[in-house]
Each structure stands twice: as structure tokens, then as C-alpha cells.
Design a binder for this molecule. Structure first.
Ligand SMILES: Nc1ncnc2c1ncn2[C@@H]1O[C@H](COP(=O)(O)OP(=O)(O)OP(=O)(O)O)[C@@H](O)[C@H]1O
Ligand SMILES: [Mg+2]
Length: 319
């Protein structure tokens, strides 16, 4: 049985940053207390949605450029990117293959420094890897010698958090992403899509206030992908997280986002920052509305024009 097959709100997952503020560089994290969980759940059960945005700046990407250089060869991946994201916003990023989307994610997570500009998280300059950014990479990168549950628990060990406090949550997350019963399996025993779902559970396990997802559903079949979109929306609604979601699917980008950032072919620039004001929570039927279709057409048109002007890279975008 696949537990992601429901679109009903799930009440058992406390997915919210600790109430005493998000952890910073090098700091540890705590799980929400029981009162937080109760109020979270009653809001979810009553269909009441926490504010999408607190108005406080979560992420600030200022004039960021990235040039990769090796020997005489250089690749200009990103060019003068400016994006401000408020706490609790859901941002989708779309753009042609090779335009620098994954590079941008790695810069924000502090995995490498930009060659120009700077990035701030909650007002603090990013200088190295951050514990307040959860990442789902484009490929799942699970450790082959660890079971699925041990892989999901990895951030808890790295951050030296209380193992026993998070284990039940790790199991609930595995259930949520449809991997209940696979806790003791090893990554090589899972399909590509199942590995990616394990990586999603790992990114969610420690309640980082910012979640960056790089084409997390690319390996999933169409139906599971739609269900995961609904699940991600619910997780986001209950958690108050700031989410940056990279995708090649324009409908997926529009369905999930408060804003869709449309990027040009390499060097990646922001072509458009499109606000999606469709009411929430959104259901799959909302994809049939004229407003939804209009947004999809607009983005497709923009990407098509950019492609005609600048040439497309090596892989197809699903538009
Ligand atoms: N570590 C690296 N060293 C050299 N060049 C790199 C490196 N990482 C990325 N690049 C180059 O930067 C450009 C942008 O790559 P990136 O992976 O960010 O693109 P993307 O938009 O995520 O593409 P896709 O949609 O195919 O995942 C590409 O031309 C790539 O070859
Ligand atoms: Mg990429």
C-alpha cells in the first residue's frame, strides 16, 4: 500500500522549526514541543493555513554570479542573480538545462562560494555549509552501506541531535513518502524513485527552516509525482518552511509556488519573477482552471523565446 495516495491532511507529522528561532551556521536544532504540535495539528485539521509569509526576509541572493574555471576553460553559469525570499514562501525555479539552477542551490547552501555577489540567510552572510538548509539533491546520494532508516537519520547524527527523539519521526516520514516497510532495506534494493523519496525524508527529518529541493520528483511516475506535489504542499503549509523548489515541469512549478522564478539559458539570469496568487490549499483540479493554464502558457512562452534567442542546452525541459 502506498501511503502517499491520500490527499487528506496528515495530522501526525510535526514539521515546524523550533519556536525559539531557526538554527544558524554551526548551531543545533530542536524538535517542536508538544504544545507546538497540538496547535499545528488543530490548524491543519481545521483547514486553517498558516500565513504563507511572515514578511521577514529568509533568503537574500544579491548580484550573485558564478564562473567555473579549470585550466584555460571557464563556464559562466550564473550572471547577476538578485532574488529576495520572505520567510515561509514557496519559490519554484524553472529554466533550461545547464542554466545554473543546481549551482544556485549549492551556493545558497554554502557548499561553494559564488565568484561574485553574496548570499544572506536570515540576515547572516553565508560563509560555509549551513545546518539551517535542508537539501534534496538532483540525485539522491544515499550511502550504500547504510539502511534506508540509517540514511534518513544521517543528519541527526551529523548534527549530534538526540537519536531516540528523531527516530519515530524518521519512520513517520518514510511512511509519508511511501517507504513504510523499507526501513531496513539498502539503497541498492530500491528503485530510483524510491531512493529519491528516501532522500526527501532525510531532508525533512531535522526541521531545517529552509528546504531546497532540486528536481526531487524527476524519477517518479506521473501519478506518484502528482501525489507528492500534494504532499509537499501540505508539508509546507504545516511547517512554515521557506522552500526553493527546482523543477523542469512548468505545471508542477505553478501548482506549488507563491512565485515562479524563470531563468534564461546559461549564463543563468532571472527572466521573470512571476507571482502565483491562486488560492490555497490547491488541489489537482486547480490545474484545470483558466488561471493556471494562463500561468503555464506565460512561462512556456518566456522559456520558448529565451530558447530561440539564446539556444537551449543539452537536455529537454518538460514544457
Ligand atoms: N563543479 C563544476 N565545475 C565546472 N562546471 C560546472 C560545475 N558545476 C556546474 N558546472 C557547469 O555550470 C553550468 C550550470 O550547471 P547546473 O548543474 O547548475 O545546471 P542546471 O540548471 O542545474 O541544469 P539541469 O537542469 O540539467 O540540472 C553547466 O554548464 C555545468 O557544466
Ligand atoms: Mg540541475
Amino acid at each position: 500500500m502506498n501511503p502517499v495516495a491520500t490527499t487528506e491532511p496528515r495530522e501526525r507529522l510535526p514539521l515546524r522549526p523550533a519556536s525559539d528561532g531557526p538554527p544558524r551556521q554551526g548551531s543545533t536544532m530542536t524538535i517542536p514541543d508538544e504544545q507546538d504540535r497540538k496547535s499545528e495539528h488543530s490548524a491543519a485539521a481545521g483547514g486553517e493555513r498558516p500565513r504563507a509569509s511572515s514578511g521577514r526576509k529568509s533568503l537574500s541572493i544579491r548580484d550573485v554570479s558564478m564562473v567555473f574555471t579549470r585550466a584555460e576553460h571557464s563556464v559562466h553559469a550564473l550572471d547577476h542573480i538578485d532574488i529576495d525570499i520572505e520567510e515561509g514562501q514557496f519559490i519554484s525555479v524553472v529554466g533550461p538545462s545547464g542554466c545554473g539552477k543546481s549551482t544556485l542551490l549549492k551556493l545558497v547552501a554554502g557548499l561553494r562560494p559564488p565568484t561574485g555577489g553574496e548570499i544572506e540567510i536570515l540576515g547572516e552572510k553565508v560563509k560555509g555549509p549551513r545546518s539551517d538548509v535542508g537539501i534534496v539533491f538532483q540525485s539522491p546520494v544515499l550511502l550504500p552501506w547504510r539502511t534506508v532508516l540509517q540514511n534518513v537519520m544521517l543528519p541527526i547524527e551529523v548534527l549530534r541531535l538526540d537519536h531516540s527523539a528523531y527516530k519515530a519521526k524518521a519512520r513517520e516520514l518514510l511512511d509519508l513518502v511511501g517507504l513504510g516497510g523499507f526501513e531496513k532495506a539498502y539503497p541498492q534494493e530500491l528503485s530510483g524513485g524510491m531512493q529519491q523519496r528516501a532522500a526527501i525524508a532525510r531532508a525533512l527529518v531535522y526541521d531545517a527552516p529552509i528546504l531546497m529541493m532540486d528536481e526531487p520528483f524527476g524519477a517518479l511516475d506521473a501519478m506518484t509525482r502528482e501525489q507528492m506535489n500534494v504532499e509537499v504542499q501540505q508539508i509546507w503549509e504545516r511547517s512554515g518552511k521557506t522552500v526553493v523548489f527546482i523543477t523542469h515541469s512548468i505545471p508542477e512549478a505553478v501548482f506549488l509556488a507563491d512565485r515562479v522564478i524563470v531563468m534564461s539559458p546559461r549564463p543563468g539570469r532571472v527572466l521573470r519573477d512571476l507571482h502565483i496568487n491562486m488560492p490555497r490549499p490547491r488541489g489537482l483540479d486547480d490545474m484545470l482552471t483558466p488561471e493556471f493554464g494562463e500561468h503555464v502558457r506565460e512561462i512556456r512562452g518566456m522559456l520558448g523565446k529565451a530558447d530561440a534567442a539564446g539556444g537551449r542546452d543539452d537536455r529537454q525541459t518538460n514544457w
